[in-house]
Design a binder for this molecule. Sequence first.
Ligand code: ZN
Length: 374
Amino acid sequence: MPGMARKIVSVLSLAVLGLVLFPALSAVPAHALSAHVRCVQEQLNASGYREGPVDGRLGDPTRAALGLFARDNGLEIDSDVSSDTAVTWCRRIGLTDPALRAFWPSARRPVDLSIAPDVPRDIAARIEATLVPEMQSLSALLGLELAATDEVIVVRNDTWRIALPRMQALRGANDNPFFAEAMERHCTGINRLGGWTVSGLTILCLRDDAVLGESLSERDLRHALRHEALHLIQHQVSALRVRRINETPGWDPHEVPIWMAEGTAVILEGRYPAQSAVNTIDRRLIGTFDDRDWPNLRQLETRHGLKIDYDGVYLGGAVAVSYLIARHGGYPALGQLYERVGEGRRFDNAFADVFGLSLAGFYEEFAALGNTPG
Ligand SMILES: [Zn+2]
């Protein structure tokens, strides 16, 4: 079914992309990550482990207090608090005591949504009405509580550059050309809607000719929203470390493999029946590989995998996640996997704990699945 596969991929590639915002946003220097550090500080203060200003700055006193809190509450501390992991620490601290969750940014607002004024009203209204419920349904499916207030920016492709400073500020990578290149690539591609997510921020970029119900179907809009929302959840729960933006081949064993990150997003978009039928592997997905090489997941752990087998990352990842859900614990197991990675566990160790088989063993099972008649 090469036609089907192509269609899926063309819609998905839209799911990778990017961008931007209005003058008001670009003028906001506030580091969203500091909100997560403040969350950590507030909870440590409230629980008596720290007495200090809630200033969003990571210093030795905050680190020391967190170390004590973690020790006393049985939290593994092999994930140091940093700008990358503050969001997961904010969450982990609150999970130890319901009273502390009042300090979670999500207690005030689950999402900060900004929509550029030139986005068609009906599309804007649909996003406004469905974004939060979609995030809530995804987190419930995975058995995860969300602590952070993520940011979603919706723009049109002629204005995406305005959002660049926002993304760079969030990532603390002011001069990294990767962001501009990636955003331009996704925002000016062939799809009607592109999405790109980094920690704490999703940018949805609409083509100028996107018309809801015509060139942009309601279904594809929903899937794109859910895909990127799932990435936001991955980031805040696991400090998602698929961030080898230089596409170096080496894989940090603490990172979530890109086949897993994207495969999870594809499955949870709602595009495949695995959404409701968790006891069966989606044979349609497997069928997309009838006339192409079965993906070698081991080679698709870093972003480099996107260069050597782009479809393998998305579709092969989706088959793999479908398989794991069906055979090894359902959606909650998937949620637990991301939580353990957020605790600083090596991915392969977390994987073995949650699914009951080694990552290497899974790769063998997956390879065999490709040889099984559908
Ligand atoms: Zn994605």
